[in-house]
Design a protein around this ligand. Structure first.
Ligand code: RNT
Ligand code: ZN
Length: 422
């Protein structure tokens, strides 16, 4: 049997099985094709960027591993991304950090960045019909090396980071205008304390003030959407992070911003799953940084685990696909970096597909009538339905390798291209 015939046969069998539960697999596949995932450019080069200042990664985040072949230039990173995107079914987005500006031989300070410094990214995204998302980079910089940016007590430093974030909103708007799809510009700062602070209130007041300055100018939401990302701790900020979850949730509500929920930014056993419907009861839209913490905010490559399935389920069954912007955020330098993108993005899509194939009406019917036994029985039974057969059909429809065949292609690229980077 040829591979295509096998995929067809297995799909039609799967369609029948899901059909018995009232689930239409064709509808699920059509819906899946409408969901865009924002791929984070920084997996491709270990959050290094192109500034070439010799600064090492700051901000209390860490990339471990020294797998060869990391991208060193915009062209290399775009080439690697093209390889990854060719292995991922559907049409997606690219999430850039300010660190990835291309300024030629000219050094441009971060507070002087302009859309033109991203013109190559924008042209590339337009050509490939990719949406763009953006982030101010408030780390890996001499003015951030004491661990404070928007909350710095040194006014000159604080103003620098305010100007940087404002510049990034303008760049986001230019990206939104060029691509025809609003750019989500996400503000994350590392500011916090290694040890017990004496003045939490003071630092939070400074952050509020700085954010008000950053967001003072109104920007058309059809071009740029502002998001704010909180966290619990980082390396060197174990005791206190100024921009915590509650801080930004309140800020987002009061100032009409998107709240970014990063899966690694809570207590180790706390999942963002339950937060999605809770915060969307009050906020119009949110951004997710889908990540995988292993014991801490370790930013491991996303895999198809229970957590991911649960996150995707909340987005899909609550009909939030129009209100949740799905971004990925992890960085692993111990494996092939293109494979890291592909594995994580495909896992996210598989989780969304699993949710699209859930007999939700049935489960909700049991729940509404108080029949929790039937709910549990069905929840367990559907775990073994042939999700893989439907996924393979999706890959075939989108012209993407279905099984591990994609890795053979990436491996060839590694041999031909990545291995030449010394
Ligand atoms: C850090 C945040 C932040 C970064 C990226 C590089 O803890 O998750 O989103 O990972 O912006
Ligand atoms: Zn994040």
């Amino acid at each position: 049997m040829s591979a295509d015939v096998k995929i067809d046969a297995q799909y039609s069998h799967a369609r029948e099985q899901y059909g018995v539960l009232g689930v239409d697999t064709d509808v699920a596949l059509r819906k899946l094709a409408t969901i865009a995932i924002s791929l984070h450019c920084w997996q491709g080069d270990d959050v290094t960027g192109f500034e070439n200042t010799g600064e090492s990664l700051g901000g209390g985040i860490a990339v471990t591993g020294n797998y060869p072949g990391k991208a060193r230039t915009g062209d290399e990173l775009r080439s690697d991304l093209e390889m990854a995107l060719a292995m991922i079914p559907g049409r997606h987005r690219l999430n850039l950090h300010a660190l990835y500006a291309e300024t030629g031989s000219k050094k441009v300070a971060r507070d002087e960045l302009l859309p033109e410094h991203f013109s190559r990214w924008i042209a590339w995204a337009k050509e490939r019909k990719l949406g763009l998302d953006f982030n101010p980079s408030c780390f890996s910089h001499p003015l951030a090396n004491d661990g404070f940016t928007l909350t710095s007590r040194d006014d000159a430093k604080r103003q620098f980071w305010i100007r940087h974030a404002i510049a990034c909103r303008h760049i986001g708007a230019a990206m939104g205008a060029a691509t025809g799809s609003p750019c989500v510009t996400n503000v994350w700062i590392p500011d916090g304390m290694k040890d017990t602070p004496a003045d939490r209130r003071g630092m939070r007041e400074i952050l509020s003030e700085s954010l008000d300055a950053v967001f003072a100018e109104k920007i058309d939401k059809r071009l740029n959407l502002d998001a704010v990302e909180g966290k619990l701790f980082g390396i060197g900020s174990e005791s206190f992070v100024v921009g915590s979850h509650e801080f930004y949730y309140g800020y987002a509500l009061r100032k009409d911003k998107l709240l970014c929920l990063d899966a690694g930014h809570y207590h180790p056993t706390e999942s963002i799953t339950d937060k999605i419907s809770a915060v969307l009861a009050h906020l119009p839209e949110i951004l997710l940084h889908v990540s995988r913490g292993v014991r801490w905010d370790s930013d491991h490559v996303v895999t198809l685990d229970d957590d991911l399935l649960a996150i995707a389920r909340e987005i899909v069954v609550n009909d939030y696909t129009g209100r949740v912007h799905i971004g990925l955020d992890y960085f692993d330098a111990s494996i092939n970096r293109i494979a890291a993108w592909v594995v994580g993005t495909r896992a996210m899509l598989k989780a969304l597909l699993a949710a699209l194939l859930e007999p939700t009406e049935r489960l909700r019917g049991f729940e509404a009538s108080g029949d929790f036994t039937s709910r549990l029985v069905l929840q367990e039974e559907i775990k073994l339905l042939p999700l893989g057969a439907v996924w393979d059909m999706y890959c075939a429809q989108e012209g993407t390798p279905a099984g591990v065949e994609w890795w053979n292609k990436v491996r060839t690229y590694e041999k031909d291209i990545l291995s030449q980077r010394k």
